[in-house]
Design a protein around this ligand. Structure first.
Ligand code: ADP
Ligand code: MG
Length: 724
């Protein structure tokens, strides 16, 4: 195909597309969790004592009792086979953001040549994938590649159905043979535990006697783009990197705000319903869906669940969105910035901590005592965000998210915390001991006075804050759309574990010194505000004044790129945090720095190589054809004695020259391989390589506005964003 033939063909195919058949919606009650081996299902098919033991294991998060594993495995296998499964898979979450599976058949060939289905307790509890190709940051060398997977009983097994058959999936942790975590689930379980223990200490000091295990919850809002697959097929950049490396902004972008919460287009709605039906079968509580700010951008959010299950479900949701989109002839893009000039995609991670006896610990209560408890947990989080801001920035760092954070659409790369005016006033009044109006008369007396009613109205929310209190939870808004929520949840729970332990220590000291509970709380709150109140910011996080004030007056870190942010993982305070809480050993933490740095460099390298390739083999030839046409026309005109306008031809020729000069510079830069450290290597890619990529793109995008439309080979922003 030459010229823009592939582009035209895509448009023709999309215009001739048969309308998608809408299936009648199934009753939610009929499909809910049908593909999950839930507690209810286990209760039906397991002997009573076995069921009781499994249930206890799930509640306490312990390892399954080996003596009953065979019974559970056999029941699980029978259920899966009845649902059409022939294979089972240990599903795990390596240090990429992907989900990995090792499939094994239930088949067992007998001595007499017959075959039966078999699944032992041993196979259920533990698997041994050849993990040598997963990143491990130097923990294992490939010759001793053995890693093993172990069933995480707290996350239920389920059936994953594809057009090629059903598979029984078992969520697992992935560890090295020597016990080091090689995945994202292991530290999440450990962090949740550490936080729970510290919370228990604080609740006990507050006088509670009946205290159920405290754990964290997460509700993750997922943003994504949909592009017709015919267009995507003609864009190597979308296919290979998930974002457009070239492309002139559409004449009409998102400035009219006409997409946000607009009516959902029929084709997209059918896709969404299809996704939701699958999610419901898997027991994933999809709750809201809507158009997002940018054209062709959408959002889906489930109801919140326990952090561990929510994380597994989030991974499943990403897989389902991508696979279902393919079936509907679309490409689902979860890159943080697929299109320049319009909004990118994030994944707001709503997070709270609770238990069954005291409820949501981030919910202001009806009584002064409840409010005191709420303020204490809030204070622990304020301290955490201040002390470990750079860590929170590091766990959302990726090459994709670098395009989003710090631009004027997503939260800035400076970690601050939004409390809303009223809650901030309360903390202010505590630290300064003075009247601040509102419902508060005089100095607020913790444990005696009630809090003023805090506004939960969405209108009052601050969309420019990376970490915002939203009435009964915190919303970490800087997470990238493509990222696993595990890393952010590990960081938040671990920092909270540390800060709650500190709170408990402080209170014990005061109370041993004769203070009463309320006095001890008041003292902790004041200390937190005195030392860490600087991290509270309710203003416009996008403004230049804030960037200046945050860094110069408040001493907060501004870490715009992954290269700036990842080294926080090597910081002594972060090492101590993870080691003391038992969440990650120094070796495990170090390995994560290595893996994430390497991923960062590699992903930019792939993009840069593709920039060179596309400029040379797609954009340059198209532009030269265009120039050839113009030159031919100009010389014919001159031969005929007609006045020829050469300005456009000269401009295009100049752009081709400068684009190719930038390509040569980029190629030279890519050849550099003598870096003194990983940090230096990352900085070179963040600044030099990215800078040169932008240079090539600037010329190419201007060329797109000069070259004859019938010669331009790449589907345009207009086409990709507005034709569906
Ligand atoms: P937004 O106005 O931010 O779009 P939504 O009502 O769409 O808010 O909810 C965002 C997410 O927050 C949902 O997944 C919701 O279930 C979750 N959420 C609500 N309450 C809590 C909570 N206490 N803890 C964690 N997540 C919560
Ligand atoms: Mg939201």
């Amino acid at each position: 195909m030459s010229g823009n033939e592939s582009r035209l063909q895509a448009i023709r195919q999309i215009s001739n597309r048969a309308p998608v058949a809408t299936e009648p919606a199934t009753r939610l009650e009929d499909i809910w969790a049908t593909d999950v081996f839930s507690l209810q299902k286990m209760q039906k098919c397991l002997p009573k004592d076995v069921f009781r033991s499994v249930k206890k294991t799930i509640q306490t998060g312990e390892q399954l009792d080996g003596s009953i594993a065979d019974v559970v495995a056999s029941a699980m296998k029978d259920w899966a086979i009845a649902k059409g499964a022939r294979y089972y898979a240990h599903v795990f979450y390596p240090l990429t953001n992907a989900t990995a599976e090792k499939h094994d058949g239930f088949i067992s060939v007998q001595k007499d040549g017959t075959a039966i289905s078999e699944f032992s307790g041993k196979l259920l509890i533990q698997g041994e994938p050849d993990g040598s190709s997963f990143p491990n940051g130097g923990i294992r060398s490939t010759f001793e590649a053995r890693g093993y997977t172990a069933w995480d009983v707290t996350s239920p097994a389920y059936i994953m159905e594809t057009d090629n058959g059903a598979t029984l999936c078992i969520p697992t942790v992935f560890l090295s043979w020597t016990g080091e975590a090689l995945d994202k689930k292991t530290p999440l379980l450990r962090a949740n535990n550490a936080m729970g223990k510290a919370a228990h200490r604080v609740l006990k000091l507050l006088g509670h006697t009946d205290i159920a295990p405290v754990s964290s919850s997460c509700g993750a809002e997922q943003e994504y783009f949909l592009v017709d697959s015919h267009f995507a097929a003609a864009r190597p950049d979308l296919l290979m990197t998930g974002r457009t490396l070239f492309g002139k902004p559409a004449i009409k972008g998102q400035q009219f705000d006409d997409h946000y919460f607009g009516a959902i287009q029929e084709r997209v709605q059918v896709f969404m319903q299809d996704v939701e039906e699958r999610l419901y079968r898997l027991g994933i509580p999809a709750k809201t869906r809507h158009n997002e700010v940018a054209p062709a951008q959408f959002e889906i959010a489930p109801y919140f669940e326990s952090a561990n299950v929510a994380t597994d479900h989030q991974q499943m949701m990403m897989t389902l969105l991508k696979n279902t989109a393919k079936k509907h002839g679309m490409l689902c893009l979860m890159h943080e910035k697929p299109f320049a000039g319009i909004n990118g995609s994030g994944k707001h991670c709503n997070w709270s901590v609770s238990n069954s006896t005291q409820g949501n610990l981030l919910e202001p209560g009806d009584t002064p005592q409840d409010n005191a408890q709420f303020l204490l947990f809030c204070a622990a989080i304020i301290r955490g965000v201040h002390k470990f801001g750079p860590l929170l920035r590091a766990v959302v760092a990726s090459s994709g998210n670098d395009h989003r954070l710090g631009a004027n659409e997503a939260p800035p790369a400076i970690l601050s915390i939004f409390l809303g005016e009223q809650l901030s006033n309360v903390f202010e009044s505590i630290s300064q001991g003075k009247v601040v109006g509102g419902d508060l008369k005089g100095v607020m007396n913790i444990g005696v006075d009630t809090l003023p009613v805090l506004t939960k109205d969405p209108g009052d929310r601050n969309r420019t804050s990376p970490f915002a209190f939203t009435g009964n939870r915190f919303e970490f808004r800087a997470v990238g759309s493509n990222q696993s929520v595990a890393g952010p949840l590990v960081a938040m729970n671990t920092m909270l574990a540390d800060c709650l332990s500190w709170v408990a220590d402080q209170m014990e000291v005061s109370m041993n010194g004769g203070a009463d509970v309320n006095g001890a709380i008041q003292a902790v709150l004041k200390t937190v505000m005195d030392k860490h109140g600087k991290v509270v910011f309710n203003g416009n996080g996008y403004s230049d004044e804030w960037h200046k004030e945050a860094v110069e007056e408040r001493g907060l870190a501004n870490l715009p790129t992954t290269a700036d942010a990842l080294p926080a993982l090597k910081d002594a305070s972060v090492k101590a945090l993870f080691e003391e809480s038992g969440v990650l050993s120094p070796i495990e933490l170090e390995s994560r720095f290595e893996v994430y740095s390497e991923q960062y460099i590699l992903s930019i390298e792939v993009e840069a190589n593709l920039v060179v390739d596309m400029a040379k083999t797609i954009i340059y030839p198209a532009s030269m054809r265009h120039l050839g046409d113009l030159a031919g026309a100009i010389s014919k005109m001159e031969a005929a004695g007609l006045p020829a306008d050469k300005s456009a031809a000269e401009k295009a020729a100049g752009l081709v020259k400068s684009m190719m000069a930038s390509v040569t510079k980029l190629e030279t830069a890519l050849a550099k391989d003598d870096f003194a450290s990983t940090e230096e290597h990352m900085q070179f890619f963040a600044k030099d390589i990215r800078g040169l990529m932008d240079e090539v793109r600037a010329s190419a995008d201007t060329l797109e506005g000069e070259v004859a439309d019938d010669l331009w080979p790449l589907p345009t922003y207009q086409e990709m964003l507005f034709i569906r």
